[in-house]
Design a protein around this ligand. Structure first.
Ligand SMILES: [Zn+2]
Length: 180
């Protein structure tokens, strides 16, 4: 906090005198103190409605201080094009594992797993794991594709997040049946 520095004494060039204290209609404190009030969010709403100019100052202030507090305001301000803080880091490509079933012969089918490498998973290791786990053939068949002999798609929804906790069940997409 910069408040810890010695406070300037005497009239300040950038302050108008007499100093006008604005009291908040929500918590009845001077608005500078609203942030310490448990109903700060309500205070801000009151401010926005009644003293939009002061509200703007507040928003800018809190945007400097804390990005988190500003997030709400950003959302509100976005339309006006006044966003102060730039959008956070972008996602570096979608991370998703896709599962699908493909026919093999007349009655059998294979399970195709793609996208594991988006989670930086070694495909060879994964393929071997699937083979052992399902006691069936499994092989790396492409840049980011593993084919497991047998229909194990449903099991994979449980097994993949279990084996690789960084893969959320929600990031596994069921592509259904592939036609070949
Ligand atoms: Zn208040």
């Amino acid at each position: 906090m910069s408040e810890a520095k010695t406070l300037p004494s005497g009239p300040q060039p950038d302050v108008k005198y007499p100093i006008q204290v604005i009291y908040c209609g929500n918590c009845s404190l001077p608005i500078e103190y609203c942030e310490y009030h448990p109903e700060y969010e309500k205070c801000k709403q009151w401010l926005e409605r009644n003293l939009p100019n002061e509200f703007e100052k507040f928003v800018k202030l809190s945007a400097d201080v804390s990005e988190e507090d500003a997030t709400e305001e950003k959302k509100r301000q976005k339309r006006g094009g006044k966003g102060i803080v730039k959008a956070r880091k972008k996602e570096d490509g979608p991370k998703q594992v896709c599962l699908s079933r493909a026919p093999r012969g007349k009655k059998k089918s294979v399970t195709v797993v793609t996208g594991l490498s988006t989670f930086n998973i070694d495909l060879k290791v994964a393929s071997k794991f699937f083979g052992t786990r399902f006691a069936c053939g499994s092989s790396v068949t492409g840049d980011d594709e593993i084919v497991i002999q047998g229909d194990v798609k449903d099991d994979l929804f449980d097994i993949i997040p279990e084996k690789w906790p960084e893969i959320d069940e929600d990031s596994i997409e069921d592509l259904g049946d592939l036609k070949r």
